[in-house]
Write a protein that binds this ligand. Structure first.
Ligand SMILES: O=C(O)CCC(=O)C(=O)O
Ligand SMILES: [Fe+2]
Length: 328
C-alpha cells in the first residue's frame, strides 16, 4: 500500500499544478511558475497497442468470480468464537483497544531497548542484519523481527493472547506474515495517511505503543465496523480482488464521507490515542489510516497476521509484493 499511495500523493500534487522536487530526502511541493496547461493527447502510432490499462476491459476477473470467491471464503473460514472478548470485539467492530497489555515497567524497558536500535538504523550507523525498510521521505522506518536486537520485544510477540486471537479470528488459517519495530520520527507525508484497507479478507495487525500517543503523535486511526461486508465495499473489494490498478484498497473521501451517516451511521472514526503499553488489535481489512506526527515521535511494535488457504496467502493483490514464505 505504501509505495502505491506515495505515487498517488505525488501524482495528486502534480495534477494540481505543483512540481514535486526532492530536497534531501524530503519531497516538497512548490507552485509551478507558469500556469498549468492541459497537454494535447498523444497521438498513438498505428502499431501501438491501445492503452487499456485503466479501462473496464482491463478488469481481469468477473464480478461472478469475485462473488464466488467471497462466498467460498465466508463459508470455509468462519470466526471461531472461543469466548475471548478481543475476538468478539474484532468480529463486531474490527477493533479492540487493550490498555496495559504488558506491565508498565516492562513496557518502559522494551522502549528503552528498542529506541536506540531504531535510531541507529535511522542514522545508518546500523544497516543489518535484519530486514528493514527506511522511508525517509515519509518520516518513518521499520525493522523486521527486532528480537535479536532488542530481546525484550519478544515479550510482546510471544504473548499467548495474540496467538490465541490470531487462531480464532483467522479461523485457524492465520499465519504471521511479519513482525516489526515501527519508528515514526518526522512530520512528513506518510502515504498511509490515505484511508485504505490492507486486504479484503480478514487480516490482523496488533499495534503496540511503546510511548504515549496523544493526538499530536500520529495515532493510528481506524473506521470501526468498516470491516463488515456492506454495499459500499463491493466495488473497491472487487477491484482489489481483480488486481485492478484502481484496486489497491485506497478508499476515496466520497465514501469515507458517508461513514457515520444514514445506513452507515454506525461506522465510527476512532483516533487511537493511548498510553504506552496499549495494544490495538485491528482487522486491517477495515478502513484505516496513519495520521500526522506533529510532535515527538511514535515507537511501536506491529504483529501482522494473514490467512492462508492451500498454503497461499489469502491476499490476491499484495501476494506479488509479499514473499510467499512470509517474513517472520
Ligand atoms: O502507521 C500507521 O498509523 C498506519 C499504518 C498502516 O496503514 C498499516 O500498518 O497498515
Ligand atoms: Fe494499512
Amino acid at each position: 500500500m505504501l509505495r502505491t499511495a506515495k505515487r498517488a500523493v505525488l501524482g495528486a500534487f502534480r495534477s494540481a499544478g505543483y512540481d514535486v522536487v526532492k530536497r534531501g530526502t524530503v519531497a516538497v511541493a512548490e507552485p509551478t511558475s507558469a500556469a498549468p496547461t492541459i497537454p494535447a493527447p498523444p497521438i498513438a502510432a498505428a502499431s501501438e497497442a491501445p492503452p487499456v490499462h485503466h479501462s473496464l476491459g482491463a478488469v481481469k476477473s468477473s464480478p461472478t468470480e469475485f462473488h464466488e470467491a467471497m462466498a467460498r471464503y465466508e463459508s470455509s473460514s468462519p470466526i471461531q468464537d472461543d469466548g475471548d472478548p478481543i475476538v468478539q470485539a474484532l468480529a463486531r467492530d474490527g477493533l479492540c483497544i487493550v490498555p496495559d497489555f504488558l506491565p508498565p515497567d516492562l513496557v518502559s524497558q522494551v522502549h528503552d531497548q528498542a529506541l536506540p536500535v531504531a535510531k541507529r538504523f535511522r542514522s545508518r550507523e546500523q544497516t543489518g542484519p535484519n530486514r528493514h525498510r527506511i522511508f525517509d521521505e515519509c518520516g518513518f522506518l521499520r525493522i523486521n523481527s527486532p528480537e535479536n536486537l532488542a530481546p525484550l520485544t519478544a515479550r510482546f510477540f510471544d504473548h499467548p493472547r495474540i496467538h490465541n486471537v490470531a487462531r480464532s479470528y483467522l479461523s485457524g488459517n492465520g499465519r504471521r506474515i511479519e513482525r516489526y519495530l515501527d519508528y515514526k520520527h518526522s512530520n512528513r507525508i506518510d502515504t498511509n495517511v490515505h484511508p485504505h484497507f490492507d486486504n479484503i479478507y480478514r487480516m490482523l495487525k496488533v499495534f503496540f505503543y511503546l510511548n504515549d500517543i496523544p493526538d499530536t503523535h500520529a495515532p493510528f486511526t481506524v473506521w470501526k465496523r468498516s470491516h463488515l461486508k456492506r454495499p459500499w465495499r463491493e466495488l473497491p473489494d472487487y477491484l482489489y480482488f481483480a488486481d485492478h490498478p484502481y484496486g489497491w484498497g485506497v478508499v476515496p473521501l466520497s465514501i469515507t464521507a458517508t461513514f457515520g451517516k444514514g445506513e452507515y451511521g454506525d461506522i465510527e472514526r476512532v483516533e487511537c490515542t493511548a498510553r504506552a503499553g496499549t495494544a490495538i488489535f485491528c482487522d486491517v481489512s477495515a478502513v484505516h489510516s496513519a495520521s500526522l506526527l506533529r510532535d515527538g515521535y511514535r515507537l511501536m511494535l506491529v504483529d501482522n497476521w494473514m490467512m492462508q488457504a492451500n498454503g497461499k496467502w489469502l491476499n490476491p493483490y499484495h501476494a506479488n509484493a509479499t514473499p510467499p514464505e512470509g517474513l517472520v
